[in-house]
Design a protein around this ligand. Structure first.
Ligand code: THU
Length: 133
């Protein structure tokens, strides 16, 4: 089974696939499933900036597009070249809160080897969800 350290290393590999000519801020992410599969994501930007997509969401969408659902997901790791371990944006927090299990580990990292372990509940307390509709 892929451990947290390995997941960070895999996210660093995924980061190489970032297409970020505008921000020059490359982000990598991976989702690890309960049965040990790995789905990568990197941020993919566009000249129409608002169409860009974050690494975290690409990794989660990648897993779903391969037939995974929330209950199949075991670990999410994200890495970028930040002073502190990378902090997912608000849009990603909303998507994570719906599509990733509330209590499963989310490992945030930076290139200095610093790591922060958190979860979806901590990243977005009091989230808007389907129960609010
Ligand atoms: N970005 C991510 O992919 N994930 C984050 O957690 C923060 C921001 C991307 C979006 C954009 O392509 C670039 O980083 C700068 O904001």
């Amino acid at each position: 089974m892929i451990d947290e350290k390995q997941a960070v290393a895999l996210a660093l590999e995924a980061r190489k696939k970032s297409y970020s000519p505008y921000s020059k801020f490359a982000v990598g992410a991976v989702i690890v499933t309960n049965d040990g599969r790995v789905f990568e994501g990197a941020n993919i930007e566009n000249a129409a900036y608002g169409l860009s997509m974050c690494a975290e969401r690409n990794a989660i969408f990648n897993a779903y597009m391969h037939g995974c659902h929330k209950e199949d997901l075991a670990l999410l790791s994200v890495i970028a070249d930040t002073g502190e371990p990378v902090s997912p944006c608000g849009s990603c927090r909303q998507v994570i809160s719906e599509l990733y299990p509330a209590d499963k580990p989310i490992i945030l990292a930076n290139l200095k080897g610093e790591v922060r372990k958190t979860n979806a509940k901590e990243l977005l307390p009091f989230a808007f969800d389907d129960q609010d509709l």
